[in-house]
Design a protein around this ligand. Structure first.
Ligand SMILES: Nc1ncnc2c1ncn2[C@@H]1O[C@H](COP(=O)(O)OP(=O)(O)OP(=O)(O)O)[C@@H](O)[C@H]1O
Length: 608
């Protein structure tokens, strides 16, 4: 028994679904809702910034610079993101940044894909009304559920035109996906399999998939392991009942999740292969992670906590995923072990974006990649990731062999005196440019998250931005190391009071390094503006001694702490063959699921 039967997950789903206030919530009035006006980002994104963004990402995660989508999103400042013309004034989640520093530049979202408030888009009206109703409904005192979810307007603040639908199989959308839009997945046979079916049959639909078993169910849908029939290509398909979404005013959340998924191309974030709609369901076809989630995995560890080395691995990968999200202007807001899934290769995948906040980012180049530049010498302290400065074992053409990339710092093999002066080193390998793309000034008044993970500023209703992700990152790190969260109280209300008022304490056991505790202390600072990473985002965290020795550029080549046993897909019994049968199965299954919210155990699948 594990994650999904834990009280946290169980009550989360039950309460969220029912929308019932817990008794203790009635008189809790932490949040007072107000509307924040947003400020305009600076225009102008010089071309070298564009290159720097790509370089930084390239160094971090590989060949992202080839990403068409990302290239397209980096534009010369046009003011496109400076206002939200179609946005209702009552929407509170819109977040716009101001520039950091004098070299401020902005990364405007691709107009095509990130158009604000495009009133032409039919989805916008749905957003607006959904947002408005939830705003009206929720302003005032707080509803407390395990995953508190006060205001959904966040999802309506910045609308992306649905033309971004590069992976749609909806009949209304003629564009379809190819790996062109997701260069990280260029060699993925699943794309090809989908493409073959498309060429043969036109748009994909539910009938093209065999639903093998239910992997779990969340607040807005159920996730099924499915095979693209006859291809031996397996996917996780999230099936959402449109009627149920509409009646529970969750359409916006579903739309947010889909739009965010469409925009992602990162090794530690989900790939959305396609999505389509049936009369009753909206379906997202994603990559399947057979390793379960980190909450489940933690329960299986001796003492129910991970060894520090394993924690370092997982949180390092999560950090890169969050950095990428922030660069896209996405504040994740729902980090917790349950949402970190383990891929077949043991690397992680951050999931569940329905609570995320989208906002404009304003990346700032704080250090150019030019090795001769004066600021570099002066600010060498900011040089976060010297990319394989020594001829290392970690420059490998592929990820075939486990590398030493996750072991002691490349520098450390040499004594200080043996090291070459920085300028010389710089002549050998260009250091990374340093870029801050932290949506620090994002402001949301939404009350979303899971109690034990909520940041104090969310609880106090002060408005929050990307710093909430660094708070949750601290809680996440704490939980993986110690097997529990730091502010858990006897009930939800007590937990919230603890988060706001109780000092951080560490248990005596297990013993964890000073560096780990120091990092947690830096992250769990109650005032967001004094919190680690507030200003420079993930860059600050990467430089913390806890991560000494991590080769950020090649983490995905590092050996994971644990690799899941291969799934024997063939042994899973075949479901009913007809597509009508499948629909009925989903139908039945979903109604069962909605009666049993939260009772899912990742390992206890229901077989059809
Ligand atoms: N790509 C995937 N591969 C394997 N299992 C998945 C995948 N995506 C989701 N799951 C599992 O399916 C279950 C439901 O996921 P889902 O994202 O719908 O809900 P959730 O994470 O509980 O959150 P929410 O309530 O916000 O929807 C989870 O238990 C998750 O572990």
């Amino acid at each position: 028994m594990d994650s999904k039967t834990s009280s946290r997950s169980f009550s989360k789903q039950q309460q969220k679904t029912s929308g019932i206030q817990t008794p203790e919530a009635k008189d809790l009035k932490f949040s007072s809702l107000s509307i924040h006006k947003t400020s305009k980002p600076e225009p102008a994104a010089p071309e070298d910034l564009s290159r720097s963004v790509q370089n930084t990402l390239k160094q971090n995660i590989g060949d992202i610079s080839e990403s068409k989508k990302f290239n397209a999103s980096i534009q010369k400042g046009s003011g496109a993101s400076s206002s939200a013309p179609g946005k209702a004034s009552g929407e509170v989640d819109c977040a716009v940044n101001e520039n950091i520093g004098s070299q401020g530049s902005s990364i405007d979202q691709d107009k095509k894909t990130w158009e604000y408030g495009s009133v032409k888009n039919s989805s916008v009206s749905a957003k607006a009304s959904d947002g408005a109703s939830s705003l009206g409904k929720t302003s005032g005192s707080a509803k407390i559920s395990d995953r508190a979810d006060f205001v959904e307007s966040g999802k309506s603040s910045i609308c992306r035109g649905s033309t971004s639908s590069d992976v749609s199989d909806e009949s209304t959308c003629s564009s379809f996906s190819s790996s062109v839009n997701k260069p990280h997945k260029a060699n993925d046979m699943r794309w090809e399999a989908i493409q073959v079916v498309r060429t043969r049959d036109g748009a994909l639909g539910l009938g093209h998939f065999r639903l093998l078993k239910r992997l779990g169910c969340g607040d807005i849908g159920s996730v099924y392991l499915s095979e693209l029939s006859g291809t031996k290509c397996y996917f996780a398909m999230k099936v959402m009942d449109k009627g149920s979404l509409a009646s529970r005013k969750k359409l916006l959340r579903a739309q947010t999740e889909r739009e965010i998924l469409q925009s992602l191309d990162h090794p530690f974030l989900p790939t959305l292969y396609t999505h389509f709609e049936t009369e009753k369901f909206s379906c997202l076809v994603m990559e399947f992670c057979p390793g379960g989630d980190l909450h489940t995995l933690r329960q299986k560890q001796p003492g129910k906590h991970f060894p520090e080395q394993a924690v370092k691995f997982y949180v390092a990968e999560v950090l890169l995923a969050m950095e990428y999200l922030h660069m896209l202007g996405i504040v994740y807001r729902d980090l917790k072990p349950e949402n970190v899934l383990v891929r077949d290769d043991g690397h992680i995948m951050l999931s569940d974006f329905d609570l995320s906040l989208r906002c404009a980012v304003s990346p700032t180049l704080v250090k150019s990649s030019s090795i001769d530049s004066e600021p570099l010498r002066k600010n060498s302290v900011y040089c976060a990731q010297p990319a394989c400065i020594e001829p290392p074992s970690c420059i490998q053409p592929s990820c075939v062999a486990p590398t030493s990339c996750f072991s002691p710092r490349l520098f450390s093999s040499k004594s200080k005196k043996d090291r070459k002066p920085k300028t010389e080193l710089g002549n050998q390998v260009s250091p990374l440019p340093e870029l801050i793309a932290e949506p620090t000034d994002a402001r949301s008044m939404s009350f979303v998250g899971t109690h034990e993970y909520l940041a104090p500023e969310i609880i106090k209703g002060e408005g929050h931005g990307s710093a909430v992700d660094w708070w949750t990152y601290g809680i996440f790190l704490y939980e993986l190391l110690f097997g529990k969260t730091p502010f858990k109280g006897s009930g939800n209300r007590a937990t919230l009071f603890n988060v706001v008022g109780q000092p951080l304490r560490f248990p005596e056991a297990p013993v964890v390094s000073f560096a780990a505790r120091d990092l947690i202390r830096g992250l769990l600072v109650k005032e967001p503006q004094h919190r680690l990473a507030y200003k420079r985002g993930a860059t600050e965290i990467k430089q913390h001694p806890f991560f000494e020795g991590v080769n950020w550029a090649l983490i995905r080549c590092a050996t994971p702490p644990e690799i899941p046993k291969p799934v024997e897909f063939e042994k899973i019994p075949s479901p009913a063959p007809s597509s009508a049968g499948e629909k009925a199965v989903v139908n039945n299954h979903m109604s069962t699921a909605s009666n049993q919210k939260g009772s899912d155990n990742y390992l206890e699948f229901d077989f059809f």
